[in-house]
Ligand binder design. Structure first.
Ligand code: GDP
Length: 195
């Protein structure tokens, strides 16, 4: 799979400094939701995205190259209480510009903890995505932490909340620990980047 050969390309402090790209898919999520672990599992590279013990620390946009000028993008985590108001404003400004103006952005993967989906800050991000052109896919991760029944009711709850809000999205459950849902994620990335 092309995703297994993803390589770190560059970090940018602002969308302005992002590399030229033909097509890319970005990953976003609250700090500690499991975004880095999901990226590392999807790329089968334990070290590609840094799993951080100090959430909210890295505010960089990281590009990982695939082939033909295509990229996976790790967006800065959000929703961490100890981040200053100024920092939050910077994040919102950068994400607004990235999600609305990045013409090569095909899709956004929103990673949420399956036990705590759709927080206020997740909705903030979804509202930005809705203003841009990119499609939305939702990964509900850490599915290994709950039963199959709880997982399917979380999936249905999120699906319902999104359709109530008029948001068009695909969604799946996932576990970095159990390597569950990797094939489903690859299919979505393929459809956005290679079709
Ligand atoms: P990020 O801040 O969103 O990048 O989150 P991380 O990927 O660093 O994960 C936050 C914490 O959740 C870490 O302690 C991970 O080991 C743990 N974690 C992430 N994904 C999973 C998962 O699928 N299952 C379990 N049990 N733990 C996970």
């Amino acid at each position: 799979s092309v995703y297994f050969s993803a390589q770190f390309h560059s970090s940018a402090s602002d969308p302005y400094y992002c590399p030229e790209s033909t097509a890319e898919v970005a990953f976003a999520g609250r700090s500690n939701a499991g975004k880095s672990s999901a990226i590392n599992t999807i790329t089968r590279n334990g070290k590609l995205a840094r799993t951080s013990k100090t959430p909210g620390r890295t505010q960089l946009i990281n590009h990982f190259s695939l082939d033909e000028g295509k990229f996976l993008v790790d967006l800065p985590g959000y929703g961490y209480a100890k981040v200053s108001k100024d920092r939050q404003k910077e994040w919102q400004s950068a994400m607004t510009r990235y999600l609305i103006s990045r013409s090569s952005l095909r899709g956004l993967v929103l990673v949420m903890d399956i036990r705590h989906p759709l927080t206020d800050s997740d909705w903030t991000l979804i509202e930005l995505q809705q203003q841009g052109q990119a499609s939305l896919h939702i990964i509900l991760t850490k599915a290994d932490k709950i039963s199959k029944n709880q997982a399917s009711s979380s999936l249905m709850g999120v699906q319902q909340a999104l359709s109530d809000a008029g948001v068009d999205a695909t969604l799946q459950d996932f576990s970095a620990l159990k390597k569950q849902g990797v094939g489903d994620a690859h299919k979505v990335l393929d459809s956005w980047l290679y079709e």
